[in-house]
Ligand binder design. Sequence first.
Ligand code: SF4
Length: 550
Amino acid sequence: MTLRARDRFVIPEETASVAQEAFPKGNIYMTMSDKLNIWYQDSDFASLFAPHQGRPAESPGRLALITVMQYAEGLSDRQAAEAVRARIDWKYALGLELIDSGFDFSVLSEFRDRVIAGGAEQQLLDDMLKQFKGLGLLKARGRQRTDSTHVLAAIRKLNRLECVGETLRAALNTLAAVVPEWLLEQVTPDWFDRYGKRFEQYRLPKGKAERERLADTIGADGYQLLSAIDADSAPGWLREVPAVEILRQVWAQQYYVQDDQVKWRAVEDLPPNKLLIQLPYDAEARNRTKRSLNWTGYAAHLTETCDEETPNLITHVETTPATTGDVEMTDTIHAALAEKDLLPDEHFVDTAYVAAEQLVTSRTDYKLDLVGPAPADSSWQARSKSGFDISCFGVDWEAQTVTCPEGQLSKSWRPREDAGGREFIEVHFDPHDCHACTSRPQCTRAKGHPRTVKLKPRSQYVALQTARQRQETSEFKERYKTRAGIEGTISQGVRSFDLRRSRYIGLPKTHLQPVVTAAAINLTRTVAWLEGTPKAQTRLSRFAALAPST
Ligand code: SF4
């Protein structure tokens, strides 16, 4: 294998002439090599290799490019290693001699492990983006759009009984490897019957009472093991074994002890899904229900450019546990784009990414317009359509007063904080005014109390009201159509790159998959753009095309 650290790949003459003969019109990798000159610097990945180990046997820059090419074609590690060894177009793109014998396929998974351990996964996309910028294919301050999709964990979903059983089995398997003699002293023969095989291979009881009895038995076994681990006689380091730590967390979530009896928690006593461990082998995966979809795993957020004059390129990828709300990612995405000097002027998102706070920070911190439907007012007054919702009240921020639809002035104005530390202003009206008011049924249902209004801080209040008014205009509706294109990108990621099914276990490894997928999509799109292939348009059915324009 002749992969060696170097600044860029030089195509050997013999490789070039054979490739040009084999592909007289070129192919994706030859265009990539000739027109884009996509390559990664070995020096960018040098920190992943310990200095005392000397120079890595293979060029890290080439391995990074091979990883992207592997994703672009959906190849396994073995197939990718075979492509390096046998395919002329790959040798051309990688600048390898025809006789180069390649490397063992395990090198690719070792490289990925190093990338993840070194936190360098984002670099596989960001280095490519820098080159696109240099070529004028990508610029800041245009238009971008973001959407998210679910990503299933690599491990199948477990029910509660399977989860506790597998959690204890995973801890026993780990301890059996590191302290076999110690473990044998802690368990009785019936444990081998209960935890010898995967729980899915057992016929678990169907009746509720029997299932609860088995769950209690597993719970008591788990507590017995944890007590033995916590005893002074046990090696202290056992408490830090990751499988033991997960056992401890799962037991705290699923069980409680009452009168020295281990009890399985009722479903309503479980922690929220944001905290609840679902899979002992992938403890960061979370379960979420979104509309009609329920999944256990993660969510991937893709952001791409959508300007007419350049190809649509993915500029950023975030991966989160499934339960992380989209709105929690809005500022994170903006901060990451600012770091890359790729902030847009307009950022199109769906309503899940929009909240009053994000509307303000987008303007003040990132100087961009967050274009998406603001969340609707969920008060009963707004939902009834005829009630006095917040938009019916006039606010005088200087005088710190609010005027109600009946023209009455508020009596008090108190700045407060909610349990999450968010500021708001609580405004009360005079009880005398409200009790005598004929519009009271439209205004408040609080028996015997006057109307209270909660206001967000001024900047957020104004931003939210302005956004709600703007989204009713036809100009906004026309402009907002731009957002829909991101669904085509997610569809491409799902159909061509299996984006919704994690290949790996754990959040850091799962994140690598959408990042490399994004790099592969960028690569194929840019080559298509350079070859003059028009951008794909959103498909319209024949019937939908007949609809009269409004
Ligand atoms: S109930 Fe009170 S706040 Fe509401 S409209 Fe009547 S006077 Fe105004």
